[in-house]
Design a protein around this ligand. Sequence first.
Ligand code: 1PR
Length: 559
Amino acid sequence: MNITVLDYGAGNVRSIRNAIKKLGCNVQEIKTPEDILTAERLVFPGVGSFGKVMENLTLKGYAEPLRRRIKEDKPFLGICVALQSLYKGSEETPEAQGLGIIDGTIRRFPNHIDREGKKSSLSVPQIGWNGIIPAKEHPLFTHYNGEKLYFVHSYYAPLAETPQEWLLSTTDYGISFASSLAKGNVCAVQFHPEKSGKTGLAILENALLQLGRREEISLTGSPDKSSVKTKKTKIAKRIIACLDVRSNDDGDLVVTKGDQYDVREREGQSPGRVRNLGKPTALAKRYYEEGADEITLLNITGFRNFPLQDQPMIALLKEISHQVFVPVTIGGGIREFTDENGRRYTALDVAAAYFQAGADKISIGSDAVYAVEAYRCNNCKADGTSSIEQIAKVYGAQAVVISVDPRRIYVSSPEGYTHTVIKTKERGANGEEYCWYQCTVRGGREGRDLDVVQLVTGCEALGAGEILLNCIDRDGTNSGFDLELANLVTNAVNIPVILSSGAGTAEHFVQAFTETDVDAALAAGIFHRREVGIGEIKEAAAKVKKAAENGEERIEVRK
Ligand code: 1PR
C-alpha cells in the first residue's frame, strides 16, 4: 500500500515514516501542491507550533489543496497539530488562520499556578501517556482495549466547539477535550500513534487500512454520550530510561554512567578508563521492549565537541528511530557553534538536525544557564535570541527540555543570600541545616551564580516545555532521588518536571510519585546493570495510593 506523507520540512517526520514502513507500507512524499489532491492516502503529521504549521502550509501552497481534499472526503489522517489545523484558529497563534473545516478555536490548557494561586498536579504542556474514551464505534479503534497513548501538547480541541458528527474520542486532562475526530474518510488524532508503542502502531495500521474504505467508515455508530460523560481518563506517571553516551578511549560510542558525573573507572582492571555499559542502540531497544515510556540520550561531551561534527549521534538517532516507537529526547551540545571553516551553526540548526534524525524533544543543558543569565541581565525581558526561544518558536515549547545539573551548597543560615535557600532534613558535613542548589555548566564542571529556582523559572519564561531535573550529589549513588529538590522545582513552575539522579530501588520511584508532584522519574545505572526492571517499578507504583484533591487515588502508570 502506498502512503503519502505531507512533510513541509519541520520536526520529526522520520518517526511516522518509520512506523508506516514497519507496517509494511511504502512511503511517498508530497512534492507539489497537486500531489495533495492525487495522493491515494495522505498522512499529515503536524509538527511544531500552530502558527509555524499554517505558515509553512500557506508558503508551500498546500493549505488550499488540503482544504479541497478534506471537503472531497479523500482519505486523510492528521496527527497532533494536524488535528488542530482543521479548526479555524488557535489561541497559540491568534493571527494565523487554520484550515477552517471545523468552526471552532483551539484553546490552551489553563496554567494551574496562575489559576488557583496554588499548584495542582497537572502541568502544561500535557506530556505523557493518557487514555481515550471512544465516542462511537469506529474501525480506527478495532482491537483497542483501553491502553494509554502518547500525547504532547499545550493546546486542545474543546468539546463545546467540536461538532458531534466529528467527535471520535475524548480524553481528560483537567478538562475533557476531543482527542480524535473522524468524518467519512477524514480522521485526525491528537495523540501520536507512531510514538505510542504497539497500541499506537495497531491504531495506525487500522487507520491506514481503513482510509479509503468508504463503506466501512460509513458504518460508524452514533455517539455513545453516556460513556463520554461518566468515564474519565488519567495521565500516567512516566518511567524514563536515560543513556549517557560518549566516545570511549577507543573512539567507540558507548553508554557510560558516572558517579556524581565522574564516568571513569575508579578501580578494577582498567582504572581511569571510561566506563562502558553497553551499546546505545541495543540498550534503547531493550528499554523500549521492557516498557520504558520514553528514552533519553545525553551526549555528555556535547559541551566540548560539536555534535554535528564530532559525534555520530545523528546516525545513532536514525538507527534508534527504526526500532523504538516511544518518544526519544536527545541532549548535549545544543548551542550555537562556529566550525573551523568559519561556518556558523545556530542552536536551531543543531536542533533541526536532531529532529530530522528522529528526536521528538531536544534537551538543553549549559546553554540554558547562559540564556537565563542573559535574560536576568536584561531585566527579565525575553528578546527572542536564546536557543530556548528560537527552538520553541519553530518546534513548540513541548519539544524543548531543559536539563538542569544542580548541586547542593550548604549554608549555616538562610539570611543574606540572593538565592532560594531551603531548610533541609539532610544536613551538610558540618551540620548545616540550610542549602541552596547551584546550577552548573559543562557537565557539572563549573558552578555559576544562579540557583535552580532562578534557572527553571527563567527557562519557563523563555518558552521551555519541560525540566529534566538531575542532581549531581545523587547521580549514580543509588541512594534515592532528592525529593526536597523536586518539591522546590515543581512548586516553582507549571511545566512538567522529570526527576532524575540517584534511583536505586522501585520504592524510590514510588516515593517520587507520592511525595512530590513530578510528572516522570528517570534512571540510568539501575537499568543498565539490570538491578531493577521497568516492569517492577510500574507494578510497585500501581499498588500505591496518593493523596488527591478528592481523597486518595492510585498512581497511574502505563501497563
Ligand atoms: O550542557 O547542553 O551540552 O548538555 C550536556 C548534558 O549531558 C546535560 O544534560 C548533562 O546533564 C549531561 N552530562 C554532562 N556530563 C555528564 C556526566 O555524567 N559526566 N551526565 C552528564 C549527566 C545525569 C543523568 C543521569 C542521571 C541518572 N548525567 O543523565 O543519567 O543522573 O543516573 P542514575 O540513575 O544512575 O543515578 P549540554
